[in-house]
Design a protein around this ligand. Sequence first.
Ligand code: 13P
Ligand code: SF4
Length: 353
Amino acid sequence: MSHHRPTPPLPGDLAREIARLRESLGERLVILAHHYQHDDVVRHADIVGDSLELARRVPGLAAEHIVFCGVYFMAETAAILAGPGQTVHLPDLEADCIMAAMAPASRVQSVLAHLAAAGRRIVPLTYVNSSAGVKAVVGRHGGAVCTSANAATMLRWALERGDGVLFLPDKNLAWNTADQLGLPAGERLVLDVRGDGRRLDPEAVRRVRLFAWPGMCAIHHRMKVSHVSAARAAHPDALVVVHPECRPEVVALAEASGSTRSIIDYCHRAPAGATIYVGTEIRLVERLAARLAPSKRILPLMASACENMGKITETKLLACLKHLSGGYAVETPPEDAAPAREAVRRMLEACAG
Ligand code: 13P
Ligand code: SF4
């Protein structure tokens, strides 16, 4: 995770105005940014990280205003973890994660009820890419949150606490993590959640240990085996590193997979002269390519952009900083805040250190 205050003057009127506001707000403000943000947004951030690193930092922050440059669920998770007197702001409240939208809380609740009615003791495990409503349902059912950086630890944690796990919303991360733990194929199932769980196959419901919600990230799911084959054909010595939101068959062909932080670390650690194909969001791939050239050649496995991450621009960041008294605050429904916090807290506790 990088922690930096840029040294003004930055190029551009917008940048200078943002730097001036940051200066005048001093320690009352902290700006967090995810690795998929635009370069000209990242340059204003005090802390840049992956989902886990950013969530972990929030409880230790003293600033009154936390401006989150990322997508809604990330800012909402920060709001869940923020203390009294702190406000989390998102410079575009419409920056939604499309995967998070694939698991509505009411449907998660019904599917869990169907599984419980079949006599199963299911522990839900939600990827942080989910709404506070989903995190609250999970928290009320004794479950926890995970990120791509700790999914294996948390899946183990959940499997130890029940006789099965409902992993949501990303079926690819569920499968890739089960592969990592060596969970047999016969003990996993991608759920048919149409009809709120009424279509579940009763035989499978008795047998399966890992139920995967059928969600996915279109930005990563687009990357196919054919892209890996084309990369290997073009550069037979190239390394391939991908995000675990990619299809399991793509992850299986890569040299490595992991969170955005671990992808960055992998590229930094690779030997000088290496060519590395990176299968994740294009803004991060391009930043890595610029940072590591000419020593290493970083290429996109496929150019795929997260439009929602891209909604946070320097213009919107400036507007947000000018209106910290209102308009950009992220608010969690009060009935969801405590159980959602419990689910996040279980993750932070299980992965402390
Ligand atoms: P990381 O936790 O790896 O940063 O991933 C977040 C995300 O949304 C990936 O698409
Ligand atoms: Fe969500 Fe995919 Fe964008 Fe990540 S890249 S924020 S999972 S839509």
